[in-house]
Design a protein around this ligand. Structure first.
Ligand SMILES: NC(=O)c1ccc[n+]([C@@H]2O[C@H](COP(=O)([O-])OP(=O)(O)OC[C@H]3O[C@@H](n4cnc5c(N)ncnc54)[C@H](OP(=O)(O)O)[C@@H]3O)[C@@H](O)[C@H]2O)c1
Length: 262
């Protein structure tokens, strides 16, 4: 199936590794040009170097830190350089530290809001007018299964990503008639550096070997394993496609059945 993305330009944040890189790669493979954003030049360069040769000319990069108050403007400006406008934005941030809800420090919560919610809303609002004017746009936010089934030890993730999710749902209703779809993709446990780190944290808490923690976690998922970044990227590429024009205001789970509710 041709997803109709040739000639479209995408901005993918958190794109130097894991889910963001997999999404960027899937979009590039569908013929879109992509601006990949992250903080580390070395990681971005390694991401570009790892792409198939035929896709490299379609990719460019921008250095941006979600803790920078100007990050949304930096991202939007860089992403417009290639084609003058952005057709697809995938908002994917770093994750917050784990901990007990009762142990959250309010100043850390505020800082995480500033890195995970505020810039996502600002970036979306910056890019939205050009999508509406051209009657085509795709806005995707990567959140977490925790917005449906809160995850113990990730209270900030649960709370802040729910905030992004609710905003995106509200926005979807406003812009649906303008050809702009707005969706949230909720990963369960996809094998990336982030899940490896969370497994290490859980191992430290429980005193179990990390391999046992990871095996128990995988066994708790109906699919019996963590997902691959490629499986996640493929879903994002479909949501960005022309064929997904009637999918909006949705939370799409990519979780191997991990979320227990309907
Ligand atoms: N993997 C999962 O199963 C899963 C499940 C639920 C939720 N999530 C969430 O999905 C997001 C992506 O996860 P992942 O698994 O792909 O993690 P990852 O492999 O650690 O990738 C995170 C990406 O975000 C970038 N990044 C981190 N902090 C940043 C910042 N302050 N400013 C700009 N870029 C930043 C990183 O690049 P630099 O270090 O170069 O900046 C990297 O490209 C995270 O928020 C994670 O918590 C993941």
């Amino acid at each position: 199936m041709d997803f109709g993305l040739s000639g479209k330009h995408a901005l993918v944040t958190g794109a130097s590794s894991g889910l963001g890189l997999a999404i960027a790669t899937a979009l590039l493979a569908e013929g879109a040009s992509v601006t990949l954003a992250a903080r580390s030049q070395d990681k971005l360069q390694a991401a570009i170097d790892g792409l198939p040769d035929g896709l490299k000319p379609l990719a460019d990069t921008v250095l941006a830190d979600f803790n920078d108050p100007q990050v949304a403007e930096t991202l939007a400006t860089a992403a417009r350089r290639r084609t003058g406008a952005v057709d697809i934005v995938v908002a994917n941030t770093g994750g917050p530290p784990p901990g007990q809800p009762s142990g959250i420090k309010p100043e850390v919560m505020s800082a995480q809001y500033g890195a995970m919610v505020d810039p996502v809303l600002r970036l979306t609002l910056d890019l939205l007018p050009e999508m509406r004017a051209r009657k085509w746009g795709r806005i995707l936010a990567v959140t977490s299964s925790g917005v449906i089934q809160p995850i113990p030890h990730l209270p900030m993730s649960n709370a802040l990503r729910a905030s992004v999710t609710a905003f995106m749902k509200t926005l979807a209703g406003e812009v649906a008639r303008d050809g702009v779809t707005v969706n949230v993709i909720a990963p369960g446990r996809i094998g990336t550096a982030r899940t490896t780190q969370l497994d290490r944290n859980a191992a430290e808490r429980s005193g179990q070997p990390v391999e046992e923690v990871a095996a128990a976690s995988a066994a708790s998922i109906p699919a019996g394993r963590y997902g691959t970044p490629e499986e996640f990227g493929a879903v994002a590429a479909f949501l960005a496609s022309t064929q997904a024009s009637y999918v909006t205001g949705s939370i799409i789970r990519v979780d191997g059945g991990a979320i227990r509710s309907i």
